[in-house]
Design a binder for this molecule. Sequence first.
Ligand SMILES: C[S@@+](CC[C@H](N)C(=O)[O-])C[C@H]1O[C@@H](n2cnc3c(N)ncnc32)[C@H](O)[C@@H]1O
Length: 198
Amino acid sequence: MSKPYDPKDFYYRQAKKAGLRARSAFKIEEILRRHDLLPRGGAVLDLGAAPGGFLQILADAVGAQGVAVGVDLEEIRRIGKPWVKTAVVDLLAPDALAKIRALHAGPFDLVTSDMAPKTIGVKFTDEARSIELCRMALGVAEATLKRRGGFVTKIFMGGEFPGFKKEVAARFQEVHVVRPRATREHSYECYLVGTGFK
Ligand SMILES: C[S@@+](CC[C@H](N)C(=O)[O-])C[C@H]1O[C@@H](n2cnc3c(N)ncnc32)[C@H](O)[C@@H]1O
């Protein structure tokens, strides 16, 4: 029998214990462990980064010689590491790329997106909004990645999934579908991982 929804589940409690801002930190940790995406001293851009769970893991992965940029509609509380830069950015706004480049002009080794729309409970509408954010993230990745860089985006397994996967596959040497262990049992989200940006 499937377990009832528990907002304070194992991963929530583990995140609290470890001082991580969101249980989703364990998702990016697993993705980084399974795929060689981010060199020490590298540059990473995290889209939809608030409250900062992914960003804490990414910042530790690049270390003090690297740079970790996080942007979100919401303000991201300071991580307290000088190589982490954050800003309030609406990825659907025309000035999004300019705001990101103002934080870090150089190309990135990895672009991650955990962006999710405010869901309204209507599957068709929620999926359409989610895929719009995925496409926006892919556009930003194309504009900012180094050659052979990596891309990670959260996506809902709906009707648009196969088409979007093809769009990623056209731009990266390999594309993988990852459902991290910290994903909630009933969630239909997964992550697309592109490696080897062409
Ligand atoms: C699931 S949360 C991200 C959690 C984050 N990865 C972490 O580990 O703390 C999704 C985020 O996407 C952001 N978001 C949604 N639409 C956005 C947009 N148009 N531009 C920027 N961020 C957006 C939301 O504000 C929200 O903070």
